[in-house]
Design a protein around this ligand. Structure first.
Ligand code: HEC
Ligand code: HEC
Length: 278
């Protein structure tokens, strides 16, 4: 009897762990990667129902460019429904469309180039299940020259082991979640200053005024050095700062609320391990 109970428990545990690629992809897209934070048009009450990942929204209108989010639903005419899995993967990780043209900012390719093969395949598998929505997005206009490519072809990437929370947290904060892009200073030309990771300072104008990305480093003076883990988790999941203030967009709190407990612990371990910058 005891043997049967143990066997059943073991089976249940295995089933809980084995996530199909589509489930893994859904988890990534709807939580840490938050693709919808850019690709789903927002109304005053958040993401517009019936427009999930259908694009068409202007993300940034600056002297350098007017960026319109693409329709990444399965619609064949206005979305990416006619693309092969390989073409979608190349677009996400390296910023190349099937016609060879380069996808422009602010899609964070500097980070996405580090996306592991298995996670990239999972995201593609999930995108295949997203309902087709017909919505022709206007073309973005880049008044700055785009590079010929974001780097040499990416051959194969593996994620760091989850047993190393700081390294896995860096993978979540970079290649999967691009926290690093918003929370680090930008060098002229648009690249992230990787010598000041987490130091904050980037400005985001919008209907809310201008929000400034926070310093996430352990600096007690200007960063999160004086915060508890629970306060950091609350800020990421709900957008409520340590002093109770509601944080402004564009951080994707609505997506981050679903981040799994292990991934949240890894993100916090990564934040704690950052070099303190005042
Ligand atoms: C910070 C905003 C941002 C995020 C986050 C983002 N994207 Fe994008 N994405 C864009 C913009 C803007 C474009 C269109 C750029 C252009 O017109 O060249 C784009 C284009 C694309 C394209 C090309 C579509 C086409 O028809 O040309 C694909 C595919 C894509 N994104 C998938 C994704 C996926 C999957 C994710 C999440 C893992 C994601 N994006 C996250 C902003 C973003
Ligand atoms: C699109 C840009 C963007 C992305 C992506 C982003 N953030 Fe933020 N974040 C901000 C901005 C802007 C603020 C400050 C908002 C304000 O002050 O109202 C902020 C605030 C925070 C705060 C609160 C700090 C404080 O002092 O109140 C934490 C913690 C945080 N971010 C962590 C993260 C983590 C972890 C990720 C990735 C999972 C992430 N952020 C992704 C833009 C971003």
């Amino acid at each position: 009897m005891r043997f049967i109970v143990m066997f059943t428990l073991l089976l249940a545990a295995t089933a809980a762990q084995a996530q199909s690629p589509v489930e893994r992809g859904r988890y990534l897209v709807e939580t840490i990667a938050g693709c919808g934070n850019c690709h789903t048009p927002q109304g005053p009450n958040g993401p517009i129902p019936g427009k999930t990942l259908a694009g068409g929204n202007v993300l940034e209108d600056s002297p350098a460019f007017t960026a319109v989010a693409a329709n990444i639903t399965q619609d064949k005419a206005t979305g990416i429904g006619a693309w092969t899995d390989q073409q979608i993967a190349l677009a996400i990780r390296e910023g190349k469309r099937p016609d060879g043209s380069l996808i422009g900012p602010p899609m964070p390719f500097e980070m996405y180039r580090g996306m592991a093969d298995a996670d990239l395949a999972a995201i593609v598998a999930y995108l295949r299940t997203v309902p087709a929505i017909e919505n022709k997005a206007a073309k973005s206009v880049y008044r700055i020259p785009l590079p010929p490519a974001y780097g040499p072809p990416v051959t194969s990437v593996t994620a760091p082991p989850k047993s190393d929370p700081v390294a896995y947290g860096a993978y979540l904060a970079g290649p999967l979640g691009h926290c690093i892009v918003c929370h680090s200073p930008m060098l002229p030309g648009g690249r992230t200053d990787m010598t000041k990771i987490g130091a904050g300072g980037m400005q985001f104008p919008g209907p809310w005024g201008t929000s400034v990305a926070a310093n996430l480093t352990p600096s007690k003076l200007r960063g999160l050095g004086g915060w508890t883990d629970a306060q950091i988790e609350r800020a990421i999941r709900t957008g409520v700062s340590s002093d109770g203030r509601h944080l402004f967009p564009p951080m994707g709190f609505a997506y981050y609320k679903g981040i799994g407990a292990d991934d949240m612990a890894a993100l916090i371990a990564w934040i704690r391990a950052l070099r303190a910058i005042d």
